[in-house]
Design a protein around this ligand. Sequence first.
Ligand SMILES: [Cu+2]
Length: 247
Amino acid sequence: MEVAAVRHRFRLLNASNARRYELALEPAPRGGSFTQIGSDQGLLAAPLRHTTLPIAPAERFDVVIDFSRWPVGTKVTLTNLAGQGGTGEIMRFVVARKATDDSRIPARLSTIEPLSTDSATRRPWMFRKGRVTSMGTDTAGWVVNGREFDPRRVDAAPRLGEVEVWRLATDAYHPVHIHLSPFQVLSRNGGPPGPTDHGWKDTIDLRPKQYADVAIRFDDYAGRYLLHCHNLEHEDMAMMATFRTSR
Ligand SMILES: [Cu+2]
């Protein structure tokens, strides 16, 4: 893609079935390659700079790349540091010409009120290999809380309008995706949220043996919804659960 040496806005979606990427630009500009302005469900409160951008299946990031930071004629490659060979290179930009850029990135993008979790219902969700049966743990199958998906079963019943805190825990890489309402990441492994956990999220890139607490308030619609691993092979092997919202 030939680009003028001005800011460009990109909406990134990882639509791979299972592959995580760690996006980078080569040659790397000084001061960070990507200015993130949005995440899964809208603008961030303020822009964030990233040198590399890890992105799990179903995650979305809105980013600005300022091509004036390379001399005209530079070939800039969007690479994947988590890949090799054919999966290590994604896209080539050629900075083709100078141009006037009257755009800017505002210091404040939106207002995000933190959800109050004082009286929140807390629920654990373990994303792990192995069903729990009366005979012990079965090593087959990727499941949630020891049970494979059953469309007849409801595993949680949140009330609309109330805040809940869900602890999402993993054994391996699981991009956990929750339907109906966006969440705010409160913590990872008891520490602060990760660099790409900010804003309104509906998918979180959990690494092996991690847990994250997320605050969520279901609004608007009573009914049956899903949470699941967005690695499609894991989801197809029943790593999915139903919750039912009601008034
Ligand atoms: Cu998974």
